[in-house]
Design a protein around this ligand. Structure first.
Ligand SMILES: Cc1cc2nc3c(=O)[nH]c(=O)nc-3n(C[C@H](O)[C@H](O)[C@H](O)COP(=O)(O)O)c2cc1C
Length: 175
């Protein structure tokens, strides 16, 4: 599949079939996250893969949406902020590293016919305690994974995104 085709195939899936994810596919998706670049190659990430029913329920309780309870797998993406690169002006890059890895995984999942949805609006402290994460480490995103039970809006790239010329500035910012 051409990259642009794959990028356009991915969408936020918020309804999942009651079908398990094959371990081989799950491993491929995690591998796509593993090979993602990180600032100075510091690799401050941890992926916690939740598959057991009871734990899925507890993790899903950090973001109270019925559809999240349908997901057969949730990958909790965590950043160790002590390991992440910090620019001389103090800006930490752990969240950027996490975003790249998550993007790799969402695209890998789409290629395999699986659906994902970024979730950042969850109770990170609840998840921190639930998973007994170490100090200076935080869960930054939940990534539910499963076979989609919905379909993306086919017009989404025309109707739900800025127009090309609103986004792209050639040779300097133009208001
Ligand atoms: C950083 C980030 C955080 C997001 N957090 C949530 C979230 O907490 N809950 C949710 O339902 N969707 C969340 N989304 C999904 C966005 O709403 C979605 O990507 C956007 O509306 C574009 O739609 P698409 O993914 O179908 O192309 C998040 C996406 C990103 C990139």
């Amino acid at each position: 599949m051409l990259f642009l085709e794959l990028a356009k195939k991915r969408y936020s899936v918020r309804s999942f079939k009651n079908v398990p994810v094959e371990q081989e596919k799950l491993l491929q998706i995690l591998e796509a996250g593993r090979v993602a670049p990180s600032a100075v190659n510091f690799q401050p990430l941890h992926f916690i893969v939740i598959r057991e029913k009871e734990m899925l329920e507890k993790i899903a309780a950090g973001y109270e949406r019925d559809w999240l309870r349908e997901a057969p797998v949730i990958i909790v993406v965590c950043v160790d902020y002590q390991k992440a690169w910090r620019r001389p002006d103090g800006k930490g890059h752990g969240d950027i590293d996490a975003a790249i890895a998550i993007d790799h995984m969402t695209l890998a999942a789409a290629e395999l016919g699986l659906g994902t949805c970024w979730i950042c609006n969850f109770d990170s402290m609840k998840t921190y305690k639930l998973l007994s994460l170490p100090p200076r480490t935080a869960a930054v995103a939940l990534l539910p994974l499963g076979y989609p039970a919905d379909q993306g809006n086919p017009d989404r790239h025309d109707t739900k995104r800025k127009k090309f010329d609103e986004l792209v500035h050639w040779d300097g910012y133009k208001a």
